[in-house]
Design a protein around this ligand. Structure first.
Ligand code: ATP
Ligand code: MG
Length: 420
């Protein structure tokens, strides 16, 4: 029979990789908690309409990247490609928006893309969404929080913040018209993708990777020249807050983001340590979305952070804590007819030493083969119970990573020894 394999672009998280993921998940959830953010978990599968309405019909995601199918009752459902739409739906549905909300989430997202380094079909995002606060202080807060995250993970030097403002929908529309006029006059010089976008989603041309298109854009009208007064003031205040907080940024007037719901602030944290897929975290303000989704008008801002890209970055830059490699502290070796004594001793040790990660050997075998496994486990100690030890209520400690002499002692004394 042909061997079954995981779907292309959908990875298993193997045991050797899970410590890095646990570290990242623990670091982020703790950080979000320190800023007073609460976790929200929404379904992975939602009505297709949710995404076509929230994310926008003309976006790459809705046009070509969604996993959409009919369920058994003929309803069109979609594996979520991003987390904001579901969070907004849940917040409206459960009436959370009567007061400001600071929310975070973590989970798998699905996009039918061409898999490559840092780009998968099932990937994971951490996300933050804040509802009900319209001032630039909250935009600053989520950026300051992310800056702290980079410091905590040891990658501050490798990420830069790119910042832009898209203005309100009128100023954006005015800019779109000016851009379309400029680019239409030079249509034949645009790459094929950008020609198609000229009708559908002209702002997206700004982040075309095509060199000739980029050259053309150098003299194109600038988004920031079109900002309405309120958006311009919001942007100025945000910049002042970031300056005061010591968060460095670059203004990138071509940064538009691929989702339709953004207005005013948009940003990306980018790195060049990942090759082509250089955006680790991206987001912005989406004041119109809640109302558009049927809720009462509520300002909102948030970001999504690609977990695979983050883990890849930590591995590439070699900044994962060394302690992550070691999975167990001690390995219990049980030789002879001592199974019940060994199980009892292991439980006793777990009672006495809650911090001790103890792997107990199961399945018998010679002393020599069990010691090999103890060594391979990465443990610092082999704790040995043979028939003599079992008869006397004792245990032998053998140090696997130092020259210290092995010793045999009462089980009750072992806790004190390891504690010390
Ligand atoms: P890109 O320009 O790289 O396609 P995007 O603009 O589509 O990114 P968002 O929708 O803003 O990305 O998602 C937020 C973050 O999620 C991205 O910055 C990235 O870190 C991560 N991400 C997006 N798509 C993928 C993917 N297919 N595989 C892995 N991570 C992804
Ligand atoms: Mg994309």
């Amino acid at each position: 029979m042909k061997q079954l394999r995981a779907i292309r672009g959908m990875n298993d998280l193997l045991p050797e990789q899970s410590p890095a993921w646990q570290y990242v998940e623990a670091t982020l959830s703790e950080l979000f908690g320190r800023y007073g953010y609460s976790e929200i978990r929404t379904p992975t599968l939602e009505a297709t309409q949710l995404f076509s309405r929230a994310v926008g019909e003309a976006t790459d995601i809705v046009e070509k990247e969604m996993y959409t199918f009919e369920d058994k009752s003929g309803d069109s459902v979609t594996l979520r490609p991003e987390g904001t739409a579901g969070t907004v739906r849940a917040a409206i549905q459960s009436n959370l928006l009567i007061q400001p909300q600071r929310l975070w989430y973590f989970g798998p997202m699905f996009r039918y893309e061409r898999p490559q380094k840092g780009r998968l079909r099932q990937f994971h995002q951490f996300g933050v969404e804040v509802f009900g606060i319209e001032g630039p202080d909250i935009d600053a807060e989520i950026l300051i929080m992310t800056a702290r995250l980079w410091r905590q993970l040891g990658i501050s030097e490798q990420v830069t913040l790119q910042l832009n403002s898209l203005g309100n929908s009128d100023s954006r529309a005015a800019y779109r018209d000016a851009l379309v006029v400029y680019l239409s006059e030079r249509r034949e010089l645009l790459d094929e993708d950008s020609q198609r976008r000229l009708e559908r989603n002209p702002l997206r041309i700004l982040d075309s990777k095509n060199a000739q298109t980029q050259e053309l854009l150098a003299d194109a009208p600038c988004l920031l020249d079109f900002l309405d007064e309120e958006s311009a003031a919001h942007f100025t205040q945000l910049r002042a807050l970031l300056d005061a907080a010591g968060v460095k940024y670059e203004i990138n007037s071509k940064l538009v983001r691929g989702l339709d719901y953004y207005g005013k602030t948009v940003f990306e944290w980018v790195t060049d340590s990942l090759g082509a897929q250089g955006t680790v975290c991206a987001g912005g303000r989406y004041d119109g979305l809640v109302e558009q989704m049927g809720g009462k008008s509520t300002p909102a801002v948030g970001f999504g952070l690609g977990a695979e890209r983050l883990v890849l970055m930590l591995e590439t830059l070699n900044v994962l804590p060394e302690s992550l490699v070691q999975q167990v502290d001690a390995y219990l070796v049980a030789v002879g007819d001592v199974q019940s004594a060994a199980l009892a001793a292991a439980e006793q040790l777990r009672d006495d030493l809650p911090w001790l990660r103890l792997q107990a050997h199961c399945g018998g075998g010679s002393f020599k083969s069990q010691m090999k496994k103890a060594d391979k486990s990465g443990a610092d100690y082999a704790l040995i119970i043979g028939e003599d030890e079992a008869a006397n209520g004792q245990i032998t400690v053998k140090y696997l990573r130092s020259d210290q002499q092995q010793q045999t002692l009462a089980l009750t004394e072992l806790a004190a020894l390891l504690q010390g």
